[in-house]
Design a binder for this molecule. Structure first.
Ligand SMILES: NC(=O)c1ccc[n+]([C@@H]2O[C@H](COP(=O)([O-])OP(=O)(O)OC[C@H]3O[C@@H](n4cnc5c(N)ncnc54)[C@H](O)[C@@H]3O)[C@@H](O)[C@H]2O)c1
Length: 345
């Protein structure tokens, strides 16, 4: 291992979720590096809904927190040390972490769909530790360099931006597109910004919350509607992206798409819902889900660096490592978009 000066310490502070769902601040050994990894001194970490789920429920589907685990997967920082196969010149670089470690040889990885690798190790998904800690490790090629004008917060939020880019690609949003997005949480708002950057002309967003609808108008949505009082099924949009996970939003959204249009299901709500099959058939809709992302970081960084997507403006709360519990609570408020944790603060 090659290190910066001063040498990283032997131990670090980490916020650890225990199987009984309590959070403790712990002094832990700084993780050792594989030869192709880098050690990142974490600057900022965004809180995602999945962190809140693990904290409250101790599980998401089949992933169960049955051993102590560090939450947090939206992270950026500075490279503090490198494994023996990594160029030491990387030490000191500011990076955004792509928080996944797919296997190298599966069919999915070789086909380019590395997000679907069955052996995937993903930050803050049991049993893999995340980034609510002073240091985190990642393969060198998934520590993406960021330019000077990109903030620590934005470096961290390249992760949810990547979800937005993956959704916009699947929806084939392009110049002139008309798009409906259900859900104006952080993911919906980021998708709206990506749609604007891709040249969409009409970006209609729906949410039950007035506060969230108002926020969305500041971030790229051209119209924000309340689905309880406005009918979306007459919109005939080119694409519908669900970022709510709500069954009524998905069934209405399917009916809001023009013939041969696209539907992308991003939101994770009830695992099974009933769908209007005849609407999908008669209109030859292309319906797909997304599971995170592949090859999105270069575009995400370029869009933010060029000022085409604003991630800094999404930050609504800032907390230290000893305040993770409070941060998780605040992050679910209607008025919150992105709550950040600063492990070095
Ligand atoms: N597929 C993936 O890879 C992936 C990645 C990240 C997040 N997600 C999922 O994306 C979703 C959005 O994430 P988020 O952090 O923005 O969540 P969030 O909970 O902050 O936002 C969801 C929004 O949907 C709104 N909503 C609820 N019912 C609605 C309805 N009937 N019509 C319109 N809006 C409605 C809520 O008021 C809320 O503002 C979550 O379900 C999350 O799990 C998926």
């Amino acid at each position: 291992m090659t290190t910066d000066s001063p040498t990283p310490p032997a131990t670090m502070r980490a916020s650890v979720l225990l199987p009984d769902r309590s959070l403790i601040l712990e002094e832990r050994p700084v993780p050792a590096l594989d030869l192709d990894q880098v050690l990142v001194r974490v600057g900022a970490v965004g809180i995602c809904g999945s962190d809140v789920h693990y904290y409250h429920e101790g599980r998401i589907g089949d992933f169960i927190v049955d051993a102590p685990m560090i939450l947090g997967h939206e992270a950026g920082g500075v490279i503090a040390a490198v494994g023996s196969a990594v160029d030491p010149a990387r030490i000191g670089s500011r990076v955004s972490i792509e928080p996944q470690r797919p296997g190298a040889t599966s069919r999915e990885t070789l086909e380019g769909n590395y997000n679907l690798d069955p052996e995937m190790e993903f930050y803050a998904t049991p049993p893999i530790d995340g980034a609510f800690a002073e240091f985190a490790v990642i393969q060198s090629h998934f520590a993406h360099d960021i330019p000077e004008q990109v903030s620590d917060e934005a470096a961290a939020l390249m992760e949810p931006l990547s979800v937005g880019i993956a959704a916009a690609r699947k929806a084939q949003i392009t110049a002139g597109s008309r798009v409906l997005i259900a859900g104006a949480g952080p993911i919906g708002v980021i998708i709206a910004q990506v749609a604007r950057a891709y040249g969409a002309l009409e970006i209609i967003i729906s949410d039950l919350s007035e506060a969230r609808r108002e926020q969305a108008l500041k971030f790229g949505a051209t119209r924000a509607l309340d689905p309880r009082t406005e009918d979306v099924t007459t919109l005939a949009v080119d694409a519908f992206i669900d970022a709510s996970g709500a069954a009524p939003a998905i069934t209405a959204g399917l009916r809001a798409v023009r013939p041969a249009g696209r539907v992308v299901l991003v939101g994770m709500g009830a695992p099974e819902i009933s769908l209007p099959v005849s609407v999908i058939q008669n209109n030859e809709l292309i319906v797909t889900g997304i599971f995170r992302y592949t090859n999105t970081w270069p575009l995400a960084i370029a869009l933010v660096a060029a000022g085409r997507v604003d991630l800094d403006g999404l930050v609504t709360g800032r907390f230290g490592l000893e305040e993770v519990e409070e941060a998780l609570g605040v992050s679910t408020r209607e008025s919150s978009l992105k709550t950040m944790v600063y492990p070095g603060r």
